[in-house]
Design a protein around this ligand. Structure first.
Ligand code: ARG
Length: 463
């Protein structure tokens, strides 16, 4: 039996010199993986229950171990647990303390397992719950955006392509575009659950075990769906880490896009939104300034997320099977990305609750840049049997005329238009009305007010 006297590592018999302070410092993952203590204890309890059911350990030993593990969980929760970097990680720290509490019977806990399967079990359980947290947070964010949309169905702004005014759009429709992105993020995180729900526990170090274990039992007990198929792949695989980091990256990317839009709209050049004083910062020299720092923080943080994804991809690239110390960094990377994303979702939610659209400015800008030109071209096709290329050409000349006369399209006289298309009647003038323009976009997914209302009702039902 492995003795674990105080101040001794489990490998003391084989490695009889203590590692240097420097090695202890860099080799330890404790600062990070102590965040996984709950999952580690949960996994250990399931493991010893299984060992008992399979008659590998006695009832007494099982109970002693579970008693010790529960006590340890309590100590950690109450911050009474003394972590020691010398024991490398959370697994060895808990095992060490178990010896102190229940004595040598603690040594039975590590039958038919290794830290290699233990750590992935902990980590998968942790990511599953992180996924669920993110899912809830995204629901809150979506709810906020839906409220904004609900209040702004009739708020008209210019839609842009190339950041040039393109066609009028409802501000609600614009915001709902982000709802689509965040719904996709939710399903991306959910799709990841399929791999996360494969139970690694019981593959031991890399080849499985000679003990008659029951991996289906721990699978059920820990809430996984099935045991993993191949022991070597199991301990080498970090695809589930990449999936998480990719999903956080895409979600951060969406956040950076909306942040950038808000920054542009808030700029003095655009002035399409007003940010409340709660979400702006001042300048140390320019007394008048109100800067959108929080939004810039969001825009910048996506870089951090992508960096983390690339770190992990690089760690895994060319790494032979199975476990290597290189992999130990996975948890720090994931925890950072998770912290950042949660933070960013909350910040975005807060900003969205603290801004208002400048409706007048939005409407005025929507009138700039001949945004109803396409509506005129469509009108000529529909009412005068032209091909779109013909009506496009005629409309372009009408735009040229308006530009020459320094008029907006709706300021043109019927006579001006008749010069280019003699057959039109005064009915044509309606196409320059922004409300008309928006409401005519009734095609599925378009910006018409009816569509938006339908979509808001639909989104409210999705969870
Ligand atoms: N702390 C280690 C990690 O996070 C646990 C696995 C250690 N396994 C090993 N063979 N050294 O990766």
């Amino acid at each position: 039996m492995v003795k674990n006297k105080n101040n001794q590592t489990v490998w003391k018999t084989r490695i009889n010199k203590e590692s240097s302070a420097l090695f202890q410092r860099v080799g330890s993952s404790l600062e990070i993986d102590k965040n996984l203590y709950k999952q580690d204890i949960q996994g250990s309890i399931a493991h010893v229950e299984m060992l008992f059911r399979q008659k590998i350990i006695s009832f007494k030993v099982k109970n002693k171990i579970i008693y010790g593990l529960n006590k340890i969980e309590n100590e950690i929760k109450k911050k009474k647990f003394i972590f020691d970097k010398k024991y490398e990680d959370i697994h060895m720290n808990i095992e060490k303390r178990l010896f102190e509490i229940i004595g040598d019977d603690a040594g039975y806990i590590h039958i038919a397992r290794s830290r290699n399967d233990q750590v992935i079990t902990d980590f998968k359980l942790w990511i599953i719950s992180a996924n669920k947290e993110i899912d809830k947070k995204l629901d809150n964010l979506i709810e906020t955006i839906l409220k904004i949309a609900q209040k702004n169905i009739k708020t008209i702004m210019p839609g842009f392509t190339h950041l040039k005014n393109a066609q009028p759009v409802s501000f609600a429709h614009y915001m709902l575009a982000y709802v689509e992105m965040f719904i996709r993020d939710k399903s991306r995180f959910r799709d990841n659950l399929k791999n996360l729900y494969e139970n690694p526990l019981g593959v031991a170090a890399l080849v499985g075990t000679s003990f008659n274990i029951d991996r289906n039992f721990t699978t059920k007990k820990l809430g996984f769906k099935k045991p993993t198929n191949n022991s070597i792949d199991t301990v080498s695989d970090r695809d589930f880490v990449l999936d998480f980091l990719f999903s956080t990256s895409v979600c951060s990317l969406h956040i950076s896009r909306i942040a950038e839009e808000l920054i542009i709209w808030n700029s003095d050049g655009f002035g399409l939104i007003n940010l409340s004083d709660r979400v702006v910062t001042g300048s140390s020299i320019m007394p008048q300034k109100k800067n959108p720092d929080l939004l810039e923080y969001l825009r910048g943080k996506s870089g951090n997320s992508f960096g983390n994804l690339f770190s992990m991809l690089t760690i895994l690239k060319g790494l032979p099977l199975s476990y290597f110390k290189d992999l130990q960094d996975d948890k720090e990377i994931v925890l950072k990305s998770n912290y950042n994303l949660n933070n960013c979702i909350s910040i975005l939610n807060e900003v969205l609750n603290n801004f208002s659209p400048n409706k007048k400015k939005m409407l005025a800008l929507a009138q700039e840049g001949y945004t109803t030109a396409t509506d005129l071209a469509d009108y000529l096709v529909r009412n005068h049997g032209m091909s779109f290329r013909t009506s496009y050409k005629i409309t372009a000349s009408i735009v040229n005329l308006a530009e020459k006369k320094r008029k907006k399209l709706h300021q043109l006289d019927l006579a001006d238009i008749k010069k280019m298309v003699p057959m039109v009647t005064s009915d044509v003038l309606k196409v320059f009305d922004l409300n008309y323009s928006i409401n005519s976009k009734k095609s599925f997914g378009g910006t018409s007010f009816v569509n938006i209302k339908k979509m808001i009702t639909k989104y409210k039902k999705i969870k």
